[in-house]
Design a protein around this ligand. Structure first.
Ligand SMILES: *C/C=C(C)/C=C/C=C(C)/C=C/C1=C(C)CCCC1(C)C
Length: 229
């Protein structure tokens, strides 16, 4: 029987469904909780909710694309990332400001340019405009710029801050270093092993998005609630 509904054997399709619903639920949670934290955290909570909201909309399309065609929803995935990854840098910047760090606009622009190079490099490699290897190298350069900036550069110096702001800042650094590392792994095992493995690629990306958007928002929420109390 031909139909376009999710099959119980389509495990990657199941992750698309779970992540899409989790993104909607987290969005409601972040917006709602944002109303009860202290004023200086509200923008951060709104941005966390915008990130999961943008992802939720794209996951609805990606899920249908995958279930119907069984192919990688490359364009939707990267439109999502080109919006949400820079927003995460905005979030990082907001935490720094809340932490009392003096961060120049230049530092913020370096973070932003790093994310764009990373995402555009990945897209060109995945969509076939460049070889997967060249796209990967460009993407890694962008990521390296971000890592340098938040571990060694100006944005690494969170000055006077409460314990909860400091722990939020550290957790965000770990997200960018460890949580984000899941994506290049998906790219390597999905695209660079001689043949394209769409299941590995999308399954790994879906798990990574769950960690880096929802867990990321929960870290900020946790700091905001503790700091408010
Ligand atoms: C919400 C979406 C997020 C946080 C997406 C993050 C994406 C990356 C960290 C992608 C990284 C990549 C490289 C470092 C190398 C080239 C391939 C990419 C684009 C997968």
């Amino acid at each position: 029987m031909e139909h376009n509904f999710l099959q119980g054997t389509d495990f990657v399709g199941i992750t698309f469904w779970i992540v899409s619903i989790a993104m909607w639920a987290s969005t409601i949670f972040f917006f709602y909780e944002g109303m009860r934290v202290s004023a200086k955290w509200r923008t951060s909570m709104v941005v966390a909710g915008l990130i999961t909201f943008i992802a939720a909309v794209h996951y609805n399309y990606m899920r249908e694309f995958w279930v119907t065609l069984g192919e990688s929803p490359v364009v939707y995935r990267y439109i999502d990332w080109v919006l949400t990854v820079p927003l995460q840098m905005v979030e990082f910047y907001l935490i720094l400001v809340a932490a009392g760090a003096v961060v120049s606009a230049n530092s913020f622009w370096r973070l932003l340019v790093g994310t764009l190079v990373m995402v555009i490099g990945g897209y060109l490699g995945e969509a076939g405009y460049l070889s997967p290897m060249i796209g990967f190298i460009i993407g890694m350069i962008g990521w390296a710029v971000i890592i340098y900036e938040i571990f060694g550069g100006e944005a690494s110096k969170a000055a006077s801050a409460t314990a909860s702001v400091k722990s939020a800042f550290n957790a965000m650094r770990i997200i960018v270093l460890v949580g984000w590392a899941i994506y290049p792994l998906g790219y390597i095992f999905g695209l660079m092993m001689g043949s394209v493995d769409v299941n590995t690629l999308n399954g790994v990306y879906n798990i990574a998005d769950f960690v880096n958007k929802i867990l990321f928002g929960l870290i900020i929420w946790n700091a905001a609630v503790k700091d408010t109390a």
